[in-house]
Design a protein around this ligand. Structure first.
Ligand code: PMP
Length: 328
């Protein structure tokens, strides 16, 4: 019989699929790494597994302990999956811009969810960083993985995502593109790939976020961009950061579902826009790999809802979109 012992054993080993329609007019190959095929539905299953195993080994997380983490949802799902298998309680703190659907997913896995305002600075006592710090102090046996500073986040990508991309492209990958949130994906995967060969690493960032020179002003794409510099991110790894608007990110997200059959989240649309811009002048031997972090199921009420899109003016230029649109 061929089966996994637990769902945790199904994390990683995600496939690459060629993008065929949104890439029209480009000479190179663009491959998407489809992370929603992880059991928890996102790339974050990878870091959750690694961070918990390391905390147990280091004695930071003991039997009956509680995991407290500020998370936009995906890390929470990953942590909740692993926690469930090992009998830990989970309390997650998330900003109010995170969709109700995503919060309900966390609850479905048995986690508790605390919601905080998005539009306050990180040092504000109401911010989701501050609230999670307070909970860690108040709950006995609490451990905060702190994905923003945990070395096992980037390390999990160095040990799994990077080698998968290199092996699946048979070493022919020339460009790697990923959105930057904690920076763990781009740091770990990018570092591994650059050690193997001359791979150009490109970060995708929402306009307004610090990684592309912004001040941290609010944007609507979830899970990426920051208003501070996390230590999980090594800014020396990416060769370039491309800033993408909410409008371009969401329009591309909708095209990925309609034209490529990939129902993915807004940070995936953002990463693909950056990948297409980076791919514009590449040749037929170039292979661009773009990582798609999560599924579109958590955004049905937003990105895939015409009224929500129209309320921000995001639908206006969508008709008849071509590669030219995002390459402006
Ligand atoms: N997209 C989504 C939807 C995410 O939840 C995250 C994680 N915050 C990212 C992209 C960015 O990944 P990383 O934290 O590794 O930079």
């Amino acid at each position: 019989m061929r089966y996994a012992e637990t769902v945790v054993d199904l994390v990683g080993g995600t496939p690459l699929v060629k993008l065929n329609r949104v890439t029209e007019g480009l000479a190179c190959t663009v491959l998407a790494k489809v992370e929603y095929l992880n059991p928890g539905g996102s790339v974050k299953d990878r870091i959750a597994t690694r961070m918990i195993e390391a905390a147990e080994a280091e004695g930071l997380l003991k039997p009956g302990g509680t995991i407290v983490e500020p998370t936009s949802g995906n890390t929470g799902v990953g942590l909740a999956l692993v926690a469930q298998q090992r009998g830990y309680r989970c309390v997650f703190v998330c900003p109010d811009k995170v969709s109700v659907d995503k919060r309900n997913v966390l609850k479905a896995y048995g986690a508790e969810v605390v919601v905080c305002p998005t539009a306050v600075p990180p040092e504000d006592p109401q911010s989701y960083y501050s609230v999670s710090d307070r909970l860690v102090r108040e709950i006995e046996g609490a451990w905060k993985p702190n994905q923003y500073a945990n070395v096992h986040g980037p390390r999990s990508h160095y040990e799994t995502t990077g080698p998968e991309v290199w092996a699946d492209t048979e070493g022919r990958v020339t460009h790697f593109v990923a959105g930057v949130g904690t920076g763990g994906t781009i740091t770990g995967t990018g570092r591994y790939l650059k050690e193997q060969g001359p791979v150009r690493v490109i970060g995708a960032d929402p306009e307004g976020s610090v990684y592309s020179g912004g001040t941290g002003r609010p944007y609507l794409v979830e899970g990426v961009g920051e208003d501070f510099w996390p230590s999980a991110y090594d800014p020396s790894v990416p060769d370039e950061i491309i800033a993408v608007s909410d409008a371009d990110s969401f329009q591309m997200t909708r095209r990925l579902a309609r034209e490529e059959g990939l129902l993915v989240g807004g940070s995936c649309g953002m990463a693909v826009v950056a990948a297409l811009r980076a791919a514009k002048d590449l040749g037929p031997d170039d292979v661009v790999v773009v990582l798609l972090p999560d599924s579109g199921r958590g955004y049905l009420g937003k990105i895939f809802n015409d009224e929500w899109m129209s309320s921000y003016g995001f639908l206006e230029s969508e008709e008849g979109g071509t590669v030219g649109d995002v390459l402006r």
